[in-house]
Design a protein around this ligand. Structure first.
Ligand code: GDP
Ligand code: IMO
Ligand code: MG
Length: 437
């Protein structure tokens, strides 16, 4: 293994940072792209030319026909959603022959979606604002040791046998605690039959595949979903997702040790967004937030919900850097900031009259924190056609330098539009090495 063989790419805010775009760009030089956590709550958008792909389960390397796409053991998979996604891609002429699924990945079943939606209703105004995809209940069943796994898709008989062992308990819970009528075994088996038939041959030991790829000096990208502040341990609990979204999960979620994942690229928007409920100190409820939402087309890829928008928050950026061990940054959507007179960056928080650089853990404290902003001059130039650092307006370069100085990690990549080509790789950076430059 040499230094340029593997790279973990993670979201370093509240998700939707542009991971799909960045992974697709880097996958041009990768042999394998592996997802290691999350499920179809993810919505990763890839754009090249007039083609727009919105991927939920399938890694963003799928658009390169020679690239192996892996769904690791840390993922939760909805077989019905994955089947549709595969068929949709095939209809559009994208080969899916290189997709493989870990035997140990857990399945999201219809009853998980039912629990997710019912839990949100029962929580009322305390709801998490989940994507309603059954993510939390599927991970809960994994921890409760009553989940179905991809290995149970081996054939329809195995699937029926395993489902018949689990369904009575699920039906009991659904009926007694949620007033739901429950599910019929035979109807469920028929509903899942096409997915079982299509997915069964793809289920393999992905840990072995990855280890073999490393031993053959292949280049591996680990694709994170969601973002640091949605991490089950380190995020704004309870307003988080149900998996570990940080870089360390790339190892456990794909069946490898940590030595394979030494380079970690954190993707951050040049401002901040969040979908769903929960604290967001630098949220802007005024004109700037509205402008960012409209110019940045900030509407959820998975649910279509308007994203909450605000200023870049260096407190969360530094925190995400620490909990991920980021070695480089990808700053996306810089183009969206063009035209703003002044750009605010939250450099500290003021909590109960004390200044802090640290992100607080508890909701009570966090709700009392107000960001302390430093203002930077904006620029008016359109950045969408810029392809080198030196062609960026001086004010944009100054803004990026300020982010880099406060986060203390080098910016390796800058994105100035959704398209693959609208990307700047910093000369001399690790990513330039990835590209062999
Ligand atoms: P992900 O979940 O992190 O992959 O991000 P999403 O795909 O959910 O959301 C990012 C959105 O911003 C998508 O619509 C992308 O096409 C778009 N996007 C990514 N990078 C840029 C950029 O640099 N500029 C602009 N204007 N749009 C971008
Ligand atoms: P990508 O990979 C943004 C948010 C939901 C909700 C919380 C819990 O596209 O960045 P869940 O359905 O996971 O139980 O919802 O997490 N959320 C995301 N927000 N991007 C995502 O994924 C998200 N996946 C989950 O909005 O607040
Ligand atoms: Mg997304």
């Amino acid at each position: 293994m040499n230094n340029y063989d593997s790279l973990v790419v993670v979201g370093a805010q509240w998700g939707d940072e542009g991971k799909g775009k960045v992974i697709d760009f880097l996958a041009a030089k990768a042999n394998v792209v592996a997802r290691f956590q999350g499920g179809d709550n993810a919505g990763h958008t890839v754009v090249y030319g007039a083609n727009i792909f919105k991927l939920h389960h399938i890694p963003s390397g799928i658009l390169y026909p020679d690239c192996l796409s892996l769904l690791g053991n840390g993922i939760v998979i909805n077989p019905l959603v994955l089947l549709n996604e595969l068929l949709e891609l095939e209809k559009r002429g994208i080969s899916t022959k290189n997709l493989r699924i870990s035997e140990k990945a857990h399945l999201i079943m219809v009853y998980h979606q039912a629990y997710d939606q019912a839990n949100e209703e029962l929580l009322g105004d305390q709801k998490i604002g989940t994507t309603g995809r059954g993510i939390g209940p599927a991970y809960a069943d994994k921890a409760l040791r009553r989940g179905l796994r991809a290995i149970d898709l081996a054939d329809i008989k195995v699937f029926k046998e395993r489902l018949s062992q689990i369904l009575p308990l699920q039906n009991h819970l659904l009926k007694s605690a949620y007033g739901h009528k429950g599910y019929d075994l035979d109807q469920l088996v028929e509903m899942y039959r096409p997915a079982v038939e299509k997915l069964a041959p793809l289920v393999v030991d992905t840990s072995r595949l990855l280890a073999d790829s490393f031993s053959k000096d292949k280049k591996i990208l680990f694709e994170g979903a969601q973002g640091a502040l949605l991490d089950i341990d380190h995020g704004t609990y309870p307003f988080v997702t149900s998996s570990s979204t940080v870089a360390a999960a790339a190892g456990s979620g794909s069946g490898l040790g940590p030595q394979y994942t030494s380079q970690v690229l954190g993707v951050m928007k040049a401002y901040t967004t969040r979908v769903g409920e929960g604290p967001f100190p630098s949220e802007d409820h005024g004109e700037a937030g509205e402008l960012l939402r409209n110019r940045g087309a900030e509407f959820g890829t998975t649910t279509g919900r308007p994203r909450r928008c605000g200023w870049f928050d260096a407190v969360i950026a530094r925190y995400a850097t620490r909990i991920n061990g980021l070695t480089g940054l990808a700053i996306t959507k810089l183009d969206v900031l063009s035209g703003l007179e002044t750009l605010n960056v939250a450099v500290n928080y003021r909590c109960d009259n004390n200044l802090t650089r640290e992100f607080p853990a508890g909701m009570v404290k966090l709700e009392k924190c107000k960001p302390v902003y430093e203002a930077f001059p904006g620029w008016h130039e359109d950045l969408s056609g810029v392809r080198t650092m030196k062609d960026l307006p001086a004010a944009a370069r100054h803004y990026l330098e300020a982010l880099e100085n406060t986060i203390e990690v080098p910016i390796e990549l800058i994105s100035v539009g959704p398209d693959r080509t609208q990307t700047i790789v910093r000369p001399g950076s690790f990513l330039a090495g990835w590209y062999g430059n």
